[in-house]
Design a protein around this ligand. Structure first.
Ligand code: IMP
Ligand code: MG
Length: 174
């Protein structure tokens, strides 16, 4: 079986527009504040770096690496592979994610980070795939809503590959 990534879903120009729209909104909403940006590795590394360079307020950048799995008796378990380097108590925190799919990862991550008592905790995702949601999670900031397709590029991968595409492509197995 081969992988076909020739179908472009979001062009680089559309990504640029999305970045401008999101950063305009964030610059308004966090004006006069110091923002702690938490990028979620690995998928959000490109989006995080593009977004923070468009922010005007003082920013601290940190990263976490997490994964979620559905346990036998619980609705979901969060595994933290890399934790934050800074204490977020009393800080304005913005989680930056590549894509919200089932919503499990962010729901569990929000629950964990809230226990650390940030002043505020919000989520900015580049892409949202609401058709796949298993809970009521809604991102505070969403770049683009995408259909129920597996997408790669702009940081998003298939088994670690294709993150380097500067646009978003639909994966077809042929
Ligand atoms: P969740 O299902 O909302 O918990 O999403 C978990 C993770 O799955 C996301 O952070 C992405 O890393 C990955 N993911 C979900 N949909 C896609 C996709 O279409 N392409 C690449 N990665 C995806
Ligand atoms: Mg991810």
């Amino acid at each position: 079986m081969a992988i076909d990534t020739s179908r472009v879903l979001v062009t680089h120009e559309q990504i640029e527009e999305m970045l401008t729209r999101l950063s305009d909104q964030l610059n308004r909403d966090y004006e006069g504040k110091h923002l702690v940006v938490v990028g979620i590795l690995t998928g959000a590394f490109i989006f995080t770096s593009d977004l923070v360079r468009r922010l005007n307020m003082p920013v601290t950048v940190d990263f976490m690496q997490v994964s979620s799995y559905v346990g036998e008796i619980s609705s979901g378990v969060l595994k933290i592979k890399k934790d934050l380097s800074y204490d977020i108590a009393g800080k304005d925190v913005l989680i930056v994610e590549d894509i919200v799919d089932t919503g499990r990862t962010l729901e569990l991550l929000m629950e964990q980070l809230r226990k650390r008592n940030p002043a505020s905790l919000k989520v900015c995702t580049a892409f949202d795939k609401p058709a796949r949601r298993v809970n009521s999670f809604v991102p505070d900031y969403n770049g683009l809503t995408v259909p129920d397709e597996f997408i790669v590029g702009y940081g998003l991968d298939l088994d670690g590959e294709y993150r380097n595409f500067d646009d978003i492509r639909i994966v077809r197995k042929v």
